[in-house]
Design a protein around this ligand. Sequence first.
Ligand code: B1M
Length: 231
Amino acid sequence: MDNDVEDIDLSALSDEELVEQMHDDLYDGLKEEIEEGTHILLDRGWEPYDVLQDALVEGMRIVGIDFRDGILFVPEVLMSANAMKGGMAILRPLLAETGAPTIGKMVIGTVKGDIHDIGKNLVAMMLEGAGFEVINLGINNPVENYMGALEEHKPELLGMSALLTTTMPYMKVVIDTLVEQGIRDDYIVVVGGAPLNEEFGSAIGANAYCRDAAVAVETCKTLISEFRAKA
Ligand code: B1M
């Protein structure tokens, strides 16, 4: 990809060129350029959600392909992740700015053994934007962390994220612990992450698998109203 970005005046590019340039900058791990590009698109009247999806998430998808194919390696992908987080930090308050009253509470975290947090943070951001209160436990959470947070914060929803085929089975450990303690039905359990699917979600006893952050918001809204109606 093009590293010669010093000569490029991002504000002189058309929207389409700028988005393409941001994909390149994300690939090259250029945090400041990503932050600048994010501001420019917002100043041009782009919706925060569109900046997130078209410039950042799509850019990260491209990074993922080259990571899979052995063209990019962990240190480079870490730089990309850092650049993505720079853009997300600008969008976060805007996405959360809807002024919607709190419609439910979720404890969310990436499971034990797994340090991927971009997608989980995106889900958290979008839920906050939709009016949920979110307690974000971060990465690499053993079952004790989830249990402690449920006890402390008393949410209606528990969210778990996993990006590795080797860590996704840990979600079942957490759900089984809820069952063993006789509190499974006290919570709505929502799971997500690239290697999961609907079938896996039901096999481990989750209430729902969500493909992406937008689906997570819709699903949580539906499930919480059913949950409240039952209560
Ligand atoms: Co990792 N990694 N990684 N990695 N990494 C993947 C996941 C991989 C698919 C790359 C590949 O080979 N193509 C592969 C997994 C293969 C597998 O298990 N089958 C992989 C690997 C192998 C590894 C390491 C083992 C590499 C190594 O060390 N040799 C290592 C593991 C570390 C560990 O966790 N123990 C590792 C490390 C890393 C980095 C640290 C370099 C970095 C993470 C940085 C960070 O997160 N802070 C990284 C990254 C960035 C990726 C890729 C490239 C991108 C992930 C991402 O952020 N996507 C990823 C490739 C890929 O997924 N295509 C890859 C963007 C994000 C917006 O999407 O996370 O899918 P995603 O989230 C989506 C949905 O999945 C969903 O909504 C989100 C938004 O729409 N979703 C939920 C997610 N959680 C949800 C929860 C919900 C609902 C929906 O409810 C609660």
